[in-house]
Design a protein around this ligand. Sequence first.
Ligand SMILES: Cc1cc2nc3c(=O)[nH]c(=O)nc-3n(C[C@H](O)[C@H](O)[C@H](O)COP(=O)(O)O)c2cc1C
Length: 383
Amino acid sequence: MAGNSFGKLFKLTTFGESHGEALGCIIDGCPSGIKIDRDAIQNALNRRRPGYNHSNDKNVTGTTRQEADEVQILSGVFEGFSTGTPICLIIFNARQRSKDYNNIKDVFRPGHADYGYFAKYGIRDYRGGGRASARETAARVAAGAVARALLESMLPKSEEPFSVIAYTKEAAGIACHDIHLSQIEKNQMRAADAWAAEKMLEKIEVLKRKGDSAGGIIECQITGLPAGLGEPVFDKLDAVLSHAILSIGAVKGIEFGSGFESARMTGSTWNDPMREGIKKSEKTEILNPHFTSNNAGGILGGISNGNDIIFRAAVKPVPSIYQTQNTITKEGKNTEILIEGRHDICVCPRIVPVIEAMCYISLADLFLQNKVAKVSEIVDENE
Ligand SMILES: Cc1cc2nc3c(=O)[nH]c(=O)nc-3n(C[C@H](O)[C@H](O)[C@H](O)COP(=O)(O)O)c2cc1C
């Protein structure tokens, strides 16, 4: 099956289904000598796990399927460092309850990938959504930790440290207003506003009682990224990030900087004015500009301009709702379905680490592409 790989030089392939033996990934193209810490990969996976958060509150947002998601490094790492050969990371599924899915064996769940997979392949692993399941994102998060290690060791050090931070900006119609990034890991919603997080949870609790679900918006901020990342013309930074983020289940839209609001602005209000900045490094003569606004979201012409990269992703309401819905059988006959099993009510907090992982993966790939695109990088290394 094609379409399971992402990236050109840092090439990620994921494999596995929700209720199969295992899922995981192979990363081909990670340079040798990168410190690969299994605990860092495990910590990233723990953040993605259903119901995982730093608060002890009752978990109202997430599914009750509890998986340890223990990662094993099968290859490509020796004595804690990448060897330059394919890195295989594997996570065995432990808590499958496949009988929960017997009632969807011969019918298609509305809002899910079921019918599309059946129409395309004529056969589908119906258990937990099979390959279309959110469990596939565990492999991405594991790979994201490797990409992060690569970037943190290879990106030139700058005054502003490199970081990728995503958070729930809006969920169930409640938006964050008083943004404090320090709040993100302190509430179940991974929202950056403690008051908004409480209101989101209240609304989600009401929806849960009605057997319904909610969507939301995730904002992601990438800081400390040098100018010059992104490839003209089809692999522009915003195009690659969009590909990466829209490939995550339930993500339905993405906008950079002022995004769709740009359509209502004028050139004089949209353009980000540039002022003299600080000298970037000893190696380059180019001065780092200072932008007094960021409507571009840190990308112009598909290439990072040194400003923060800012984007927002729209997340649809979870399709598995506890209500009777109209659908059809495999034979095309009208029927009704009531979905049982363990499901998220709002996936926003769980998508946050997946979005961060896809950013690390995309940036690692573009960073390596930059290395081979620039004569000065090659000359520097030869010196
Ligand atoms: C981290 C994460 C968790 C998810 N959890 C659930 C869930 O518990 N129940 C559900 O119906 N959909 C869940 N989804 C969404 C479905 O996987 C997704 O909507 C479905 O496969 C259809 O794909 P599409 O929405 O991209 O079209 C989750 C998605 C992600 C990324």
